[in-house]
Design a binder for this molecule. Structure first.
Ligand code: NAD
Ligand code: TYD
Length: 350
């Protein structure tokens, strides 16, 4: 049985990746390593937590000693590394937390892997999950490709860029087999309601203002989270050693247009008069250093590995709204902070 370590598996994207691998690959044992920060929620995985090929490990990637012990104990065949501090606004108010987890944490994993994989580097793979934000900000035209020069502009994107470089350095210096993917903005079920789409869904539902930074003219390229998880599966199994793959939704929206679309869907789902939810739109002070536009050219992934996004945005956003409306308890537990007790309740007696 192959042993695969997925870090950050209790978070938004990680939980979808863990589920996909646990269900699709019964011959893999999936270890989900997560320290359960405010963003880590084991309720995301309650449908698979008792599967035989799944183990949750509570651990912090900034704890080098624990990482070394863990890798020595299990000798993982591969690692898919998603654990990170992930929100730009938080990185503006607390950059150091991002340096610690995203840079030091990644180096701890690389070191632990290097120590136990050293004589058999060709038998193991370190797959680092990154973001398109490392490429900086686009003007009105153009797309990020895998050869676009790095130009990160927020503490978050700088910390991710740094970890990407370190992963490449371990490939070139120590011969570690690595792949990296840089993905655009994800949306879908289980996203923490601090990010634009779930925050807005929650506020619309509760008749609270929808805060739009600046004039809402910033552009993001949105991808449904399961399409990202499918791309990760493909890249883990078929990606070429040392390569980078960009993943994007071919789906650019200004924030204001996206929120108007979301308001329309919410009006229909909540039985409100057309235009009712949009009245909640409130323009607020812009984010410091707010990147204008992100957009990804995914042609390498599409042409070389045969990936393509499966969902149109209209379908994806409807599915997302349906999920949040059907999972009120999940949302309420997060907002009240009760989700943090799930680990104690479910795991303390195991
Ligand atoms: P998230 O914030 O929802 O989840 C992050 C997870 O990492 C949480 O479960 C958290 O508990 C865990 N974690 C944080 N610090 C840790 C530590 N020190 N040790 C162990 N676990 C820790 O993030 P997400 O949106 O699911 O993003 C996952 C990855 O994908 C990140 O690396 C992020 O940079 C990348 N990414 C995200 C997006 C996006 O739109 N969300 C887009 C491209 C790339
Ligand atoms: P976010 O979901 O935080 O992702 P990222 O900063 O990684 O792109 O934000 C998406 C876009 O929405 C970004 O341009 C900032 C903007 N935004 C708002 O206008 N209001 C909000 O309350 C939030 C959280 C984001």
């Amino acid at each position: 049985m192959k042993k695969l370590l997925i870090t950050g598996g209790a978070g938004f994207i990680g939980s979808h990746v863990v589920r996909l691998f646990v269900e699709k690959y019964p011959d893999y044992h999936i270890f989900n390593l997560d320290t359960l920060t405010y963003a880590g929620n084991l309720e995301n995985l309650k449908d698979i937590e008792n599967k035989d090929n799944y183990t949750f490990i509570k651990g912090d990637i900034t704890d080098a000693e624990h990482m070394n012990t863990l890798f020595a104990e299990h000798v993982f065949d591969g690692v898919i590394h998603l654990a990170a501090e992930s929100h730009v606004d938080r990185s503006i108010s607390d950059p150091l937390a991002f340096i610690k987890t995203n840079i030091l944490g990644t180096v701890n994993l690389l070191n632990a892997a290097k120590t136990v994989w050293k004589d058999q580097m060709d038998q193991h793979l370190f797959y680092h999950i990154s973001t398109d934000e490392v490429y900086g900000s686009l003007g009105e035209t153009g797309l990020f490709t895998e050869t676009t020069a790095y130009d990160p502009r927020s503490p978050y994107s700088s910390s991710k860029a740094s970890s990407d470089h370190l992963v490449r350095a371990y490939h070139h210096t120590y011969g570690m087999q690595v792949v990296i993917s840089n993905c655009s903005n994800n949306y879908g079920p289980n996203q923490f309601p601090e990010k634009l789409i779930p925050l807005s869904i929650n506020n619309i539902k509760n008749n609270k203002p929808i805060p739009i930074y600046g004039k809402g003219e910033n552009i993001r390229d949105w991808l449904y989270v399961l399409d990202h998880a499918r791309a990760i599966d493909l890249i883990y199994h078929k990606g070429k050693n040392g390569e980078t793959y960009n993943i994007g939704g071919i789906n650019e929206w200004t924030n204001i247009d996206l929120i108007h679309k979301l308001c329309e869907v919410m009006d229909t789902k909540l039985g409100r008069a057309k235009g009712e939810s949009a009245k909640l739109i409130t323009f607020v002070k812009d984010r410091a250093g707010h990147d204008l536009r992100y957009a990804i050219d995914s042609s390498k992934l599409m042409n070389e590995l045969g990936w393509e996004p499966s969902l149109q945005f209209e379908e994806g956003i409807e599915k997302t709204v349906d999920w949040y409306l059907a999972n009120e308890e999940w949302l309420n537990n997060i907002i009240s902070g009760d989700y943090e007790n799930y680990y104690q309740k479910q795991y303390s007696e195991r």
